[in-house]
Design a protein around this ligand. Structure first.
Ligand code: PRX
Length: 653
């Protein structure tokens, strides 16, 4: 065990990995250099990994120039994502399992779907969508559990040129509604219920609640019978998928799409209250998702790939569905949670289905680490070859546990950094090429040019801490924000003109390895999920008792970051525990259960500058119980408020 450890906290690449993996360190260096020196030549070659109906002539046509940001890859090529992820594999691996669907309840049998069956499902789904009026270019909202049907629906949209907009099941009906409205979807796909962790999420009822507030927008709701529970069906609007499927033909050819036609929208949070509809397109996205999946996970035929994300997030899109299926892999789609019905659920699934590539979030590992090693060791985990981590920083202690206990000391860990906006992994170790340093996300993937800049935008060289920007485009990059190109330019390209600003801070060490230090904007990362502080604040002030609210993140043992809310009340109402509970459940209802507030502190007022701006720095320090580290407070207009905040702080060591 740990025989590859070369210096404290550093693991060199084991010999067998350097030999077996697609990319060893020399190849990485050569390919990386080539990808930066000649992006057009490099991607012109690697773009061929997918099938094009009409080959591209132009590879890269991108500009980060302020006012003229425009990103196009393979722009004169035509292809179809569904064809690439399904039909293309039929001659060689029609009978291979494409999807293993594992349900929430371990007593339920897993579903095993071959590529041939997947083909049939996707064509049926495509025809069902068309029967409901969906045409090329239409946006279809998917609000589905993480079940194979969600992948069928995604691929069916891609097949007919429709644009899916998946919404996480952890979001509230209100948030679902605002996403349906923003995308102007006339068709919504959902399930009767979504079992998760032993509970049934009332998904159809949530859709009904969302649509009650959007009269006339949605003309068709397609309902997958997941549990078979009776749900209300509105005559003329709501249809069971099964019933529609009986009325449509079996065959549906893929539509020829331009490389730059949109493939999907995915809403994410930014530092303002309004969610952003991130737009990803067809050709470049697929090339990038497929290539990162192959090289980062060192995917080989026969591997069983399990990414535990929910399908409704970018990780689910790129590393449950599009990357693995474009590579003809077997992908496991898991509906449940790490802790149901027991703390060994993940490990049971790995043994049962012989998972070789396992990709999860630090939060899950931290929640399982607490229950000790025995829950892991009751399984052999012998099938595992490689482990992955994503979504939030993984602290070295958790990394070491994951490596030693789950990976038996023999599986490399790829700690992969990316974002909804980046489409695929940008900074990551490659298992045959990169030394592993717990807490570090390693080096850039091919074609990715990270830089660290200071507040003034000056590029920092060598060992440094700074804001992470990317200096040039890569094929998987988002193209725009849905119907808001101006905001796209403003949020990502204006602070450091000519560069894509990630919103993250990072550190670079002497080997050129990056570590992500966290968001530098007003975004909190809770259990690997992003929420803007402004979104939580506006939910709080919508409550009748609340006058003002300010929300910050603080370090949380399991979730990475917890949500700490400072609240002032109207009429100085009594700050009772009752009200605290009510505000927590109010925000759960407004935004969704994944973003539960951890601490509510009632305040006399919020620290403000003389010009009335809230000084969040002070609030962050109080939430972290670091009340002596406020820095310069000379602009503070109301010091007594701060004394009260400190006296009543809720986190104390
Ligand atoms: O802060 C970074 C963090 O998650 C943010 C992106 O969130 P989202 O768009 O929801 O996508 C999550 C899944 C890719 C980033 O700006 N983040 C993501 N991966 C890592 C990470 N922070 C540290 N280490 C990572 N591996």
């Amino acid at each position: 065990m740990n025989e590859n450890k070369q210096a404290p906290g550093v693991y060199s690449v084991p010999k067998e990995w350097a030999e077996r993996a697609y990319i060893d360190s020399e190849r990485y260096a050569a390919m990386y250099a080539a990808s930066i020196a000649d992006p057009k030549g490099f991607w012109g070659e690697h773009g061929k990994r997918i099938h094009w109906f009409k080959p591209y002539g132009t590879v890269k046509n991108t500009s980060f120039e302020p006012g003229k940001v425009s990103i196009k890859w393979f722009e004169d090529g035509t292809t179809n994502v569904s064809h690439n992820c399904v039909d293309r594999h039929l001659p060689e691996r029609g009978d291979q399992i494409a999807i293993i669907g594992v349900r929430d309840d371990p007593k339920d049998d897993a579903v095993r779907i071959t590529y041939r069956e997947l083909h049939a499902h996707v064509m049926k789904w495509a025809n069902v969508l068309q029967s409901q009026g969906v045409r090329k270019g239409d946006n279809v909202t998917l609000y589905l559990p993480t079940i194979p049907e969600a992948a069928y629906a995604m691929l069916a949209c891609a097949r007919i040129g429709a644009v899916h907009s998946a919404v996480s099941t952890g979001l509230s009906p209100d948030k679902l509604g605002s996403r349906i409205a923003d995308a102007a979807s006339t068709v919504v796909v959902t399930a009767d219920q979504g079992p998760r962790g032993g509970r049934n999420n009332p998904m159809k009822a949530n859709v009904d609640a969302a649509l009650d507030k959007l009269p006339g927008v949605v003309t068709s709701v397609i309902v997958v019978k997941r549990t078979g529970a009776p749900v209300e069906m509105l005559q003329g609007r709501d249809h069971y998928y099964d019933e529609l499927a009986m009325t449509v033909p079996d065959e549906c050819p893929p539509v020829e799409m331009n490389a730059e036609d949109p493939l999907f929208l995915l809403y994410t949070s930014g530092s303002t209250g309004k969610p952003k509809g991130v737009v990803h397109t067809t050709g470049g996205y697929l090339v990038y998702a497929a290539m990162t999946h192959q090289y980062v996970f060192d995917y080989h035929v026969g591997d069983i790939h399990w990414c535990t994300a929910e399908l409704g997030w970018i990780t689910g899109h790129s590393y449950i569905v599009y990357g693995p299926l474009a590579n003809g892999a077997t992908t496991l789609i898991f509906e449940g949670t790490p802790t149901y019905p027991s703390m060994s659920r993940y490990w049971d699934v790995i043994d049962k289905h012989k998972v070789s590539l396992f990709y999860t979030a630090p939060t899950a590992i931290r929640s399982l680490m607490g229950s000790g090693e025995d829950a892991v060791k009751s399984n052999s985990l012998a099938s595992l070859r490689l482990l992955g981590s994503v979504g939030e920083p993984i602290d070295p202690k958790t990394w070491e546990w994951y490596h030693r206990v789950v990976g038996g000391g023999r599986c490399p860990i790829v700690d992969t950094w990316f974002q909804t906006e980046t489409g695929g992994i940008l900074i990551t170790p490659l298992p045959g090429a990169t030394k592993l340093k717990p807490g570090s996300v390693g080096t850039p993937f091919f074609g990715v040019r990270p830089e660290l800049v200071d507040e003034a935008g000056d590029v920092l060289d060598g060992v440094e801490n700074g804001n992470l920007v990317i200096a040039d485009s890569w094929p998987g990059q988002m193209r725009t924000l849905y119907r808001d190109h101006e905001r796209f330019e403003q949020e990502y390209f204006s602070l450091y003109p000519g560069k894509y600003f990630t919103g993250d801070g990072a550190r670079r060490d002497a080997d050129g390895y990056y570590s992500i230090t966290g968001r530098v904007d007003d975004v909190i990362n809770v259990s690997g999920h992003r929420i803007g502080t402004a979104e939580v604040e506006s939910a709080l002030v919508a409550h009748a008792s609340v006058s003002e609210a300010a929300v910050v993140g603080y370090p949380h043992e399991i979730k990475g970051q917890g949500i700490y809310a400072y609240v002032t009340l109207i009429d100085g109402e009594a700050a009772a525990d009752e009200l605290r509970k009510e505000l927590v459940s109010w925000v759960r209802k407004e935004i969704g259960p994944i973003f539960t507030i951890d601490k509510v502190q009632f305040a006399l007022g919020l620290p403000k500058t003389t010009s009335g701006k809230i000084i969040r720095r002070i609030l962050r320090k109080i939430a972290e119980d670091k009340c002596t580290e406020f820095g310069d407070s000379s602009t503070l207009s109301n010091p007594t408020v701060v004394d009260h905040l400190i006296d009543n702080r809720l986190n104390r060591k």
